[in-house]
Every structure is written in C-alpha cells, then in structure tokens.
Design a protein around this ligand. Structure first.
Ligand code: AP5
Length: 190
C-alpha cells in the first residue's frame, strides 16, 4: 500500500495537491478538515462540538479525529492506499495512526511536507475567505491562531517522521502543476 501524509501549515496546498495525487496514484483521500465540515453541514452532535473550535482556528480533540480516521480506514479496506491530509496534527494522532495501520499490516510510506512562507499562507487564505464561506478564513487573527496551532502542536511531527526516515520537504510556492511534479518525483522514488 502507498500511504502518504500530506503535511504543511494552513493554506500550504494540502487539499489542492491531494486532489491531483488521488487520481494519479489511485488513493483514498482522508481529510479530517473535510470530514469535520461534513459533520457540521449535517448538523451532527460531533459537528456542533467541533464548529466553535474550528471557527476560532483551534484544534479539535485528538479522540474525535482519531475515531473518525479509524472508521474511514475500516470502511475502505480494499483501498490501494491513503492520502492523509490535515492528519495527524499532534504526536498522539501520529502514534494512533501508526497503531491503526499496523493492525492492518501496513504503515506510512512517506510524509510530504509543503513549505510556504507565512505571508503567502495569509494571502491565500484571506483570498479564499472572500468566497469560501469558511469562518476560519475570514480574518488575520484567526489565521494567525491556525498558524500558531500548527507551529506549536503540528510542526514537531516532522521530527517524528524524520526519525523514521520518512520526511521529504517540498517548496510549496509557485504553480500548482510544478509543485505536483515535485511531489510525483518524490513518490515515484519511494
Ligand atoms: P483543515 O481543513 O485541515 O484546514 P487547514 O490545514 O487549516 O488548511 P487548509 O485545508 O485550509 O489548507 P490546505 O493546506 O489544504 O491548502 P488548500 O489546498 O486548501 O482544518 C480546518 C480545521 O479543522 C482546523 O483548524 C481544526 O480546527 C480542525 N481539524 C482538522 N483536522 C484536524 C486534526 N487532525 N486534529 C485536530 N483538529 C483538526 O489551499 C488553500 C488556498 O490556497 C486555496 O484557495 C487554493 O486554491 C490556494 N492554493 C493552493 N496551492 C496554491 C499555489 N501553489 N499557489 C497559489 N494558491 C494556491
């Protein structure tokens, strides 16, 4: 199986690049942000609990997202592999993911980490906020909180995967197709 963690700060292009990779490598896309927004749209209890945290740019509790990923893995037992987009975001999530994949006799193949400067992240998210309706794209202070959450709780995961020799860092600025081509080169060399 090919199991990729597509990593990077908010606005780095994880979702954009995931959409290209799932077609090229026939993978299942698991975005915890998309799943949570689906729960909010459906008005579930989980969605209602997550909404306040997401709207202010805080992470939702580990147990919630780990449970979501566990059931998605069970529901896609015949998949060729997965792209994890926006998950894991904490050490507890990374350890839980390793355990879940281990139970299925597989593991993470690589972490692909997109590097983009903060000014560009803020520019992209504010631009999307003009049309997306996403509350967390609406102003600089919420976006700054998302970037802080990333720096404090999520960025340390690079060390987690680097220790396992699974980290590749890719510049995430420039044309979408050029970034995709760099990602493809890393994956094809795995
Ligand atoms: P989530 O939905 O994961 O959002 P995010 O990581 O904050 O960032 P985005 O998805 O907005 O950015 P992206 O890197 O995917 O970039 P995209 O391709 O969209 O999480 C939202 C919230 O859910 C979290 O804050 C948290 O509350 C909660 N949550 C989710 N997962 C969680 C977890 N595991 N644990 C706890 N809480 C969790 O691109 C962004 C914009 O840039 C787009 O407009 C795009 O068109 C544009 N763009 C992309 N590439 C380029 C390029 N090369 N050049 C110019 N523009 C570009």
């Amino acid at each position: 199986m090919l199991n990729l963690v597509l990593f990077g700060p908010p606005g780095a292009g994880k979702g954009t690049q995931s959409n290209l990779l799932i077609d090229r490598y026939d993978l299942v896309h698991l975005s915890t942000g998309d799943i949570l927004r689906g729960e909010i749209a459906a008005g579930t209890v989980l969605g209602l609990e997550a909404k306040t945290l997401m709207d202010s740019g805080d992470l939702v509790p580990d147990a919630v997202v780990i449970g979501m990923i566990s059931s998605k893995l069970d529901n896609n037992s015949k998949a060729n592999g997965f792209i994890f987009d926006g998950f894991p975001r904490t050490t507890a999530q990374a350890e839980a993911l390793d355990d879940l994949l281990n139970e299925k006799g597989t593991s993470i193949s690589a972490m692909l980490s997109l590097i983009v400067a903060d000014e560009e992240l803020i520019r992209r998210l504010l631009a999307r906020g003009e049309s997306s309706g996403r509350a967390d794209d609406q102003n600089k202070s919420i976006i700054a909180n998302r970037i802080n959450e990333y720096n404090n709780k999520t960025a340390p995961l690079k060390d987690y995967y680097s220790t396992q020799n699974k980290l590749s860092e890719i510049k995430g600025n420039g044309a979408v197709e050029d970034i995709a081509s760099k990602l493809n080169n890393v994956i094809d060399a795995l």
